[in-house]
Structures are given as C-alpha cells and as structure tokens.
Ligand binder design. Structure first.
Ligand SMILES: Nc1ncnc2c1ncn2[C@@H]1O[C@H](COP(=O)(O)OP(=O)(O)OP(=O)(O)O)[C@@H](O)[C@H]1O
Length: 329
C-alpha cells in the first residue's frame, strides 16, 4: 500500500547569521508513514525534528529531495497536499485568544468548510474528550497553558484531515496535564483511523501512544523501528547477576574487554554484576569468566528497561544492531 507520507532524500540547511557557514539541519533523510499509523519522531535537541515536521506541512522549503503527502508532491502541489494535514507546532498554538473555547472550534471548523450546525456533535465530543466542557465559554487568553494546548490539539482533530502532526505536544505541561494529554492521544489512537506523527522528548508519551519511532540524530535517521521490537531487543540484553563471591581483578579486566558497558557493585549484601549482551549466547561467555575463579551464581534477572533508556542508548551509539528500514518500506 502506498504510504500516506513519503519523505525521500530530504536535505535542509540553514545559513548561520555570521559568515557563510551553514547548519545541516536535515541531512538526506528518508522515511515513510502508512495510513492509520502513529509514529514518534525523536531525537536530541537540534536533531532536525521540527525542521522535518515544518517541511512535511509545507511551512519550510526543502533544499533537496521530496515529500509526498497522500500521493501529492508538496513541492509541486503545496496547497492541495496541505489539505490533508493539521499541525500543532511547538510554541505556536494558532488559537484566537479573544474567542472562547467553543468559538475557536467553530471558527476553525468553518475554515475547513464545515457548517456550524453540522459540526456541533463533533465539537461536543471533543470538548468531552479533552475535558474542556466546563471551559467552553471561557476566553482562550484566560485558559492555562495546558488547557490551551489541549484546545490546539482538539482543533487539529476537528479538521478531519488524514494526517496530524504534533510537535512537542506535552512540552512545558505539568505532570498531571501531560498524563491527561497522553491518555487523550491514546484514546484517539484506539478509536480513530488517524495518521499521527508526534515529535517529543517525552518518552512516556512516545512509549504509551506510538507504534513505531523514527529517531533522528545530527539530521540523519538512525533508527526506524517498532517500539515493541526496540524494547524487546534491549530487554533481552540486560542481565543482573547476583554472585556468591566477589570478582577478582582478572575477571573484571576480562569483563571490561568483552562487555565494556558492564557494571559491578561489590558493596551490596551479595556482589552484583549487570551485563548487556549483544546476543543471548553471550551469557555463556560471562559464565566462563565467572567459572575461572570459581565464582558462583546465586541468581539471574533480566532487567526491564524503559523506553527512555533505550532511546539514550541509541543516541549514544551504544546500540549495536542493524537499522531496520523494512518496517516503513
Ligand atoms: N531558522 C533557523 N536558522 C538557523 N538555524 C536553525 C534554524 N532553525 C533550526 N536551526 C538549526 O537546525 C538544527 C535543527 O533544528 P531543529 O529545530 O529542526 O531541531 P529539533 O530536533 O527540533 O530540536 P529541539 O528538540 O531542540 O526542538 C539545529 O542545529 C538548529 O540550531
């Protein structure tokens, strides 16, 4: 099936203010998103996420490459392609501050050609979903930042476009509102056939709502994989081993040579060793090192790691696995 968004060999550089030097914000990236998917676009600060999102929604021109939205090349058919997209960009909530919550929803629905009457049931549904019903007659400039953010996302949902782009939807929100936005997004994903691309540093949101993540670093795609697979991959690798006796200097040197990211704590009730394995067979290599000095193993646990730790490993280049581009092709 033809993907709904196809980003092909896209490049974008910015000129620095002083001199002729340029920043390669996006350096030849390609990825695809299929209809109904919810994909996280991740990366450290300055990785190129916002630049990518702005190019997908036609706010920024790319230097090279192309982006196809629902079969339309957004270099050549920008306005038509944009009809398929709603975006909530970071720091730009595009709301009318002197209109009420309900008026904003009505206004933006009208912009998309919907009559006031036709749209009321959908507005009521969104007000309930976003817990904004009791604020429907409040002016937007009297709402908290979190409520404004929820309203901006509700406006994007109302447009009924195929694709929704959310740049940092929980940035700057308190923990409670951030959880609320996460839950609302989860419900939308479960109940609606929308294609959503979310850029976020909030790994909790990503883990809760995204099926797949595309991780960008220094303007390049470094990972394109299902969240579940990444979790499984890293989970399978980290083992915590409780030892009967402390390790010798020689054993530690060997562990360091074979498993440089190991950690060892001799100060617990029983000495504890944590190793990360590239393949399950490597556990036998660990056992061999332990056996040399007769160290006994009292217990082995597979450590559960969260998505934030997985992300950090990928970004730090600790992940030693093949980039799986097959999921998006
Ligand atoms: N208008 C601009 N002019 C010059 N450089 C820019 C401009 N916008 C972004 N950049 C640079 O391009 C690179 C990518 O920026 P971008 O905002 O796309 O990253 P990001 O992944 O969204 O970062 P963050 O997580 O901090 O929002 C950075 O080095 C940034 O400094």
């Amino acid at each position: 099936m033809e993907p709904i968004v196809r980003v092909e060999n896209v490049k974008k550089s910015y000129k620095k203010r002083k001199g002729d030097s340029v920043v390669k914000a996006v350096d030849n990236i390609s990825f695809q998103v299929h209809k109904g998917e919810i994909v996280g676009l991740l990366g450290p600060n300055g990785a190129g996420k916002t630049t990518t999102i702005k190019m997908i929604c036609g706010l920024l021109k790319m230097d090279e490459g192309k982006i196809i939205v629902n079969g339309l090349d957004n270099n050549r058919h920008r306005l038509k392609a944009l009809n398929h997209i709603s975006a909530v960009l970071e720091g730009n909530r595009n709301l009318y501050w002197r209109l009420t919550v309900r008026e904003n929803l009505e206004y933006f629905a009208g912009n998309r050609g919907k009559s006031r009457k036709q749209i009321q049931p959908k507005i009521d549904h969104l007000l309930e979903l976003f817990h904004l019903k009791d604020k429907e007659n409040e002016l937007v400039n009297r709402l908290s930042r979190g409520m404004q953010q929820k309203l901006a996302i509700a406006v994007a949902m109302l447009a009924d476009t195929d694709i929704i782009l959310l740049d940092e939807p929980t940035l700057g929100l308190d923990v409670e509102t951030s959880y609320e936005v996460r839950d609302i997004l989860k419900q939308i994903v479960e109940n609606e056939e929308r294609t959503i691309i979310i850029s976020s540093h909030d790994m909790g949101v990503i883990q809760a709502v995204c099926e797949r993540v595309i991780i960008i670093n220094h303007g390049k795609v470094v990972t394109d994989n299902r969240v579940e697979e990444l979790m499984e991959l890293f989970n399978a690798r980290q083992y915590s081993i409780t030892l009967g006796e402390p390790l010798s200097e020689q054993q530690l040197a060997q562990l360091n040579a074979c498993f440089p990211s190991y950690s060892y704590d001799a100060n617990q009730v029983k000495p504890n060793l944590v190793v990360e394995l590239l393949s399950p067979d490597q556990i036998y290599q660990v056992f061999d090192i332990l056996k040399q000095d007769g160290t006994t193993v009292e217990n082995i646990d597979r450590n559960l790691i969260n998505f934030e730790q997985v992300f950090m490993k990928i970004i730090k280049g600790e992940a030693d696995y093949e980039l799986d581009s097959s999921v998006s092709s």
